[in-house]
Design a protein around this ligand. Structure first.
Ligand code: ZN
Ligand code: ZN
Length: 107
């Protein structure tokens, strides 16, 4: 039952530490940039671009499938190597297919 060696444990520890450090750095970075933006009088959310990427279509302007889950079958078909026409993609109604929305914080 000696499957895990000491060096493996150490490696895992270092990996976890690096992961935590990376996450923390990202959070600190976003916190600093947000406070920098507000001190410059810029919008915290969009940095005065006045636009944010649409959360529903992720900035693409199109969403897959209708409201009844037809795209699930399409996804399975695609994962099996089939070609689909992408006829199931519809314009995003949240952003009117523009992929962007007005920033709710400053517009
Ligand atoms: Zn804004
Ligand atoms: Zn959208």
């Amino acid at each position: 039952m000696e499957n895990i060696t000491a060096s493996e444990v150490a490696g895992f520890g270092v990996g976890a530490l690096l992961f935590v450090a990376t996450v923390a750095a990202t959070k600190v970075d976003s916190f600093i940039s947000a406070s920098q933006r507000s001190s410059l009088g810029m919008c915290k959310r969009c940095g005065d671009v006045k636009m944010i990427a649409c959360s529903r279509c992720r900035g693409v302007g199109l969403v897959k499938g209708g409201p009844f889950g037809f795209n699930l079958i399409e996804d399975i078909y695609e994962s099996l190597g089939g070609e689909t026409t992408r006829a199931g993609s519809i314009s995003c109604t949240k952003c009117q297919a523009r992929g962007r929305l007005k920033c709710p914080d400053c517009s």
